[in-house]
Design a protein around this ligand. Sequence first.
Ligand code: HEM
Ligand SMILES: *[C@@H]1O[C@H](CO)[C@@H](O)[C@H](O)[C@H]1NC(C)=O
Ligand SMILES: *[C@@H]1O[C@H](CO)[C@@H](O)[C@H](O)[C@H]1NC(C)=O
Ligand SMILES: *[C@@H]1O[C@H](CO)[C@@H](O)[C@H](O)[C@H]1NC(C)=O
Ligand SMILES: *[C@@H]1O[C@H](CO)[C@@H](O)[C@H](O)[C@H]1NC(C)=O
Length: 594
Amino acid sequence: MTIPIGLVHLLKHLPPKLAPSLVTYVALPYGLRLLYPTHVSGLIILLASIIASPLYLIISTLYTNFSNRNAAAANGAVMPPYIEASWGGVSTIKAFVNNLKNGYPGDIFIEWCEKYGNTFSMTIFSQNGIFTTEPQYIKAILATQFDDFEKGPITFSQMGTLLGTGVFNSDGDRWKFHRSMTRPFFSKDRISDFDVFGRHADDALTQTKARLAAGYPIDFQDMVSRFTLDSATEFLFGQDVRSLSAGLPYPSSSPLSITSSNDSHPANVFATAFTEGQNVTSLRQRYGINWPLFEWNDRVLPHKTIVNRFVDPIISAAIAKHKARVAVGDVAESKEVQEEETLLDYLVKITQDHQTLQDEILNIMIAGRDTTACTLTFAVYMLAENPHVLKRVREEILEVVGPSRQPTHDDLRGMKYLRAFINETLRLYPAVPFNARASRHATLLPAKAPGQKPFYIPPMTTAVYSVFLMHRRTDLWGSDALKFDPDRFLDDRVEYITKNPFIFLPFNGGPRICLGQQFAYHESSFFLIRLLQRFSDFKLAPDVQPSWSKPPADWAKCPGAKGKEKVIPGAHLTMYVKGGLWLRMEEAKNAEST
Ligand code: HEM
Ligand SMILES: *[C@@H]1O[C@H](CO)[C@@H](O)[C@H](O)[C@H]1NC(C)=O
Ligand SMILES: *[C@@H]1O[C@H](CO)[C@@H](O)[C@H](O)[C@H]1NC(C)=O
Ligand SMILES: *[C@@H]1O[C@H](CO)[C@@H](O)[C@H](O)[C@H]1NC(C)=O
Ligand SMILES: *[C@@H]1O[C@H](CO)[C@@H](O)[C@H](O)[C@H]1NC(C)=O
């Protein structure tokens, strides 16, 4: 039997919190006896002991607040304004979780931004936090003051079940070790080989065509997630989970939805566990430092166990193969990345530690799979919503690549509009909409303008930042910021970005910038080209979109992107479309028949 993580958390954190009551209970009788030697009421001692701990908590919170303000002043700085919150921040957690479950991404922060400005402080259970959408501060957090911020112990504890200590979930030397171990694999040559994408894209699109021909819409998000999962697993371990072989789902309104869905198919079991593990992990982030109390038993672990069941034998086999090679003296092999090596083949030459390999591979799978699926899903949503954009993307594809051939790395380089289209998708729907770091020590975020004061950031402050909201700010992107328009990356408006590159951060910035950025552009471009060679029109299928996943009527009154939304964007670790993206697609007349 395993001890519930909620209990472990309580045993670790409750005793220090209860210490004031204990001390009062033991010490107060002595003090009182000195003052009133005759009668000491047991009731008074009991009451005093009970209130001692909450009282101490309140006083220490006030004191921290006070001393932070003093420290800020001593540095010629101020604290970012505090949002109003009740019950020590319980109301803030409730607002987060409610927004995550029912709202539009970031709505809760927009309300606060309008009230307090683009940077503000939050206190939850005496844990200090700030939130910002300010490019200058995000740049400081990620790049110019990289050494002042880290992922930190709270993030580690939240992500630990899923990610272990891989590149995504480590700091300092451990992070450097993982990053430098993995980086050579993402060299230009290695990621310019499109064969893996080619096979899985063909499989996905052939199935799509058949399903449409049978008269059913398809869930594009599901289809493309299978494509990215099969591509990623083959690319990383040389053995794919064959999630496409489990077939595409039918709309829930169709009787076939139940009879043909196969929850016990190993690929579906794996994919569900992988998604659910991330879903539960994202809730931990909303609950903050005391997340174990909300879970009690580790709710990610069962999903992680299923994921491990698939990857463990593959890793063990790779280690065994490596050891066998070394045993027969075949150690001449170079530590450099070889041409047809998978990431696992390459990593096993550097370390044979099972846990390290497992963490690293799964980190990269999580980093690369859903992010790319998300980008492709929102890209096609935007194609369905913006026919003039669809027309131009297709024209460029037919001109540069033609109607049937696979694109090459050189083709992609010339396709400016396609790249701008992907960028515009990443701007309005960045796959990682919210992110966080923690301050390692007290630090300052520089004043925004001459005459203003810097912000003081106390030690161990959680710094949450949102590129999703930053990418939508009209003061940074112009009055048409909420419009989907790829031309903004090609015409004069590109100046907004060249003047201030940190306003566009879909891949993060600084030393921890996404390792797979080029890989992601390649994979997305490749799939979009293959898709648009075969299909010329995309229509949302609201008749089969589950009704719970349609935007509430009052959204239509909202300005900008939210008011136009036909689906509900959700945000767990990455963005996704709630209920799936159901589409009807028209086959291109000049398409190669497959
Ligand atoms: C459109 C697709 C993608 C987007 C939007 C994206 C975005 C990001 C972002 C925002 C981060 C920073 C996370 C953080 O520091 O908290 C990141 C990190 C990372 N990404 Fe990507 N990513 C994408 C695709 C990929 C792919 C395909 C791979 C690999 C195959 C990949 C590998 C990584 C790795 C290894 C890191 C960790 C870097 C580090 O901490 O040093 N990403 N990505
Ligand atoms: C800290 O002090 C500020 C005033 O400077 C106040 O607005 C805020 O509510 C206080 N926060 C807490 C958690 O006491
Ligand atoms: C579901 O998948 C499993 C494993 O591939 C297979 O044995 C079973 O026949 C499938 N069931 C249906 C209803 O397709
Ligand atoms: C995520 O988890 C929540 C709560 O555990 C659950 O209600 C929801 O259906 C899950 N969402 C997805 C997309 O799996
Ligand atoms: C797309 O964005 C990237 C930055 O992530 C930039 O380097 C590139 O020039 C942009 N391309 C176009 C065509 O907008």
